[in-house]
Design a protein around this ligand. Structure first.
Ligand code: 6MZ
Length: 348
């Protein structure tokens, strides 16, 4: 077997943890085809729903793509199909623990409500449990920063409600959406309330430069940061932001292909991964939107290893260390640690 093929197998074989995956951004082309086959969706057949392998765009292009996908993912049946397929695809990529996130939406035309959307996602997760898939799946409800504080409060209530009836499948809240839209500081009381109610927070922070907003949100002490692209001075952040994140050891969910294809980072060599990894800071490699960006978690590990010259041991350590930052109970962490250690011996 050629060396490159062996390496592809290696990244695939590593047991992995995925903590930053938007459901509707993760739709594969296979699932997209299935959904487009429905007669009324044919009209969207030629709309762009992915960036091809070598293609790049802007963040604005990403958000245009999401609005097309949302027209295709507009019913509880579609939500169920998409979630089921996304879980299967991550399981096939040897992801052992997955936190999916998604924004609940109401669609009058199909009768989908925020509640029925959440229930469809939870049913897909539940049904996957009874199949022979070696993967644990949790769910984070997303607050889209374009939608305002009243919707965010409603999302918080829904997260609490479904956490209580889903035997801890719903674990927390995300803040996402177009980082140029609105002012995320408006949501701080909602995040503080979420923490009081025992929900975890995974917030998109500093995806684009915005020092004041970023510092205000950091003071809420989120459990994890999505992207953190512009925390450091050279990217429009500041030493104060870097020191705050480092001091509090707030883990970073890093999505290399997403940032390069969305052009918030010029190229892989200049990705913020290096700065944080060299500081010994908790870094979790994630996909963000594997469908939109034509990637997989194995591919993201391979890009990180090749760009930054990481040894196989270092890559395995990174996968294993990610376990410490999952939004799940200690006994699940212990089980994952044991099984990752076993795999490590087989892979080295
Ligand atoms: C910010 C993003 C994102 O919620 O319909 N989303 N928000 N930055 C990103 N970087 C590229 N990628 C995805 O999945 C799609 C939604 O996830 C958020 C956006 O709000 C997008 O509409 P769901 O499952």
């Amino acid at each position: 077997m050629a060396e490159s093929e062996t390496m592809v197998d290696f990244f695939h074989a590593i047991p992995k943890i995925e903590l930053h995956a938007h459901i509707n951004g993760s739709i594969s082309t296979g699932t997209m085809k299935k959904l487009l086959d429905r007669k009324e969706k044919k009209i969207l057949e030629h709309c762009k729903t992915t960036f091809e392998e070598a293609e790049r765009g802007t963040l604005d292009d990403c958000f245009k793509i999401f609005s097309v996908i949302h027209q295709i993912s507009d019913s509880t049946e579609a939500a169920y199909t998409i979630t089921t397929d996304v879980i299967r695809e991550f399981a096939e990529d040897n992801v052992k623990y997955l936190e999916l996130r998604s924004t609940p939406r109401d669609i009058a035309k199909t009768g989908m409500t925020k509640q029925s959307y959440i229930e469809a996602v939870l049913k897909a997760i539940e049904d996957c449990k009874s199949q022979d898939l070696d993967i644990v799946v949790k769910f984070i409800l997303a607050i889209d920063r374009r939608n305002g504080v009243e919707v965010a409060k409603e999302t918080l209530d829904l997260a609490e409600k479904y956490r209580n009836i889903s035997s801890d499948t719903v674990v927390g809240l995300d803040l996402s959406g177009d980082p140029y839209a609105g002012d995320a500081r408006d949501y701080i009381p909602v995040f503080r309330d979420a923490k009081r109610r025992g929900l975890k927070l995974a917030l998109h922070l500093a995806e684009v430069p915005n020092k004041e907003e970023t510092m205000a949100l950091l003071k809420v002490l989120p459990d994890r940061i999505g992207h953190g692209t512009c925390l450091h001075q050279e990217a429009g952040g500041s030493l104060e932001l870097v020191e705050f994140v480092a001091k509090h050891r707030i883990p970073l969910e890093l999505c290399l292909t997403s940032n390069v294809k969305g052009r918030t980072v010029s190229d892989f060599d200049n990705h913020q991964f290096k700065l944080w990894y060299d500081l010994g800071h908790p870094c979790i490699i994630c996909t963000d939107d594997k469908g939109v960006f034509s990637t997989s978690l194995s591919q993201e590990y391979s890009i990180a290893a090749n760009t930054f010259g990481l040894s196989n041991e270092a890559v395995l350590d990174m996968a294993c260390n990610s376990i410490e930052h999952i939004f799940a109970e200690d006994n699940l962490k212990a089980t994952l640690r044991d099984s990752f250690q076993e795999q490590r011996h087989l892979l080295l």
